[in-house]
Design a binder for this molecule. Sequence first.
Ligand SMILES: Nc1nc2c(ncn2[C@@H]2O[C@H](COP(=O)(O)OP(=O)(O)OP(=O)(O)O)[C@@H](O)[C@H]2O)c(=O)[nH]1
Ligand SMILES: [Mg+2]
Length: 365
Amino acid sequence: MLNVGFVGLANVGKSTLFNALSKQHVPAENYPFCTINPNIAIVEYNDERLDLMTKILNSEKKVNPSIEFVDIAGLVKGASKGEGLGNLFLENIRNVDCIAHVIRIFTDPNVTHVNGKIDPIADADIVNLELIAKDFETVEKRIEKTSKMARVGDKEARTETEILSALKEHLNSEKPSITFLRGERTEKYQKIIESLFLLTEKPVIYVANIDESSNETTTQKIKAFREYALSRGAQLAEIHAKLHADLSDLDEQEQKVFLNEYGIEKSALDSFILKCKQALNLITFITGNEKESKSWNIINGSTALQAAGKIHSDIQEGFIKAEVVNFEKIREIPDMKKLKELGYVNAEGKDYLVKEGDYIYFHFR
Ligand SMILES: Nc1nc2c(ncn2[C@@H]2O[C@H](COP(=O)(O)OP(=O)(O)OP(=O)(O)O)[C@@H](O)[C@H]2O)c(=O)[nH]1
Ligand SMILES: [Mg+2]
């Protein structure tokens, strides 16, 4: 299951966001390091396409997609050297697929800021530099090992040392690992880099935590931060964490009424999931029969055969064909029999590239 870790300076609203998205009530108080051990929640989310599919196919069961959120302790400058909760915190990040980097934009003077002023870009830089510093240390340690082996004639170790030294330089110039040789990594380099489990190799979504009543200064800060995120090729989610957390106990209909007053159309969870999918380059396909309808996330660019493997290795190994119809069509004509008669259900082979919103029925031996 996809998992996303909330990372950021202490006291910026990570636990508040966690509560807003998961409807939990973990402590989110006005003091730094309120969170020490990570809070974990598995959250089911709705996909209206799945609702329609369940109805059309008359499925007994609907399996909603879910995502895991990990609310991690806050960090301060020097974390990579053990300041604050230091290394403990950094190790918790190592296990997530995607980092949601929470940035304080809300101004509330009653809420302490660890550096005494609201400066979103400076805050983001502190966190990013700490993650880079930790990765630098990891790469340096590995180089110590590989260079020793290279000296006694190990050729593989020599190549590894070379590539790692270039990566070390890259990190030293304060750039995240993910931008190292972007688009030009050979499979071998990719494997070496992946084996390090670097923190800055993970995709990042910036989450701007904004007050629901914003003024001119906040608007300027948001604008500047949008550019910061864009220049890093990262997704930016703008969320009113506290408002959503305060509303999270209401039922969906009541929430909608409140959110409409603020001109918000989507739930915090829906808009957040969308950003996660974009950051991780994921698309969703749907399967279903009379027993159950279910949705699946896979990397954009996956083939029908890879999609089959996501469900079960038997389906992948015995793959015969995939019957595919996209949801755009299903919405227009919500009747599988009719869709088939009209020739909208295509038989596709192993190499078919799956598209967002495809309904797929796999035939296998
Ligand atoms: N006014 C306002 N206050 C907020 C907002 N988001 C969070 N807060 C407050 O900020 C304080 C810290 O929030 P937390 O969610 O505990 O922050 P955290 O990042 O988890 O903090 P640590 O676990 O200590 O790192 C709490 O008093 C929250 O109520 C917001 O959008 N607006
Ligand atoms: Mg917290």
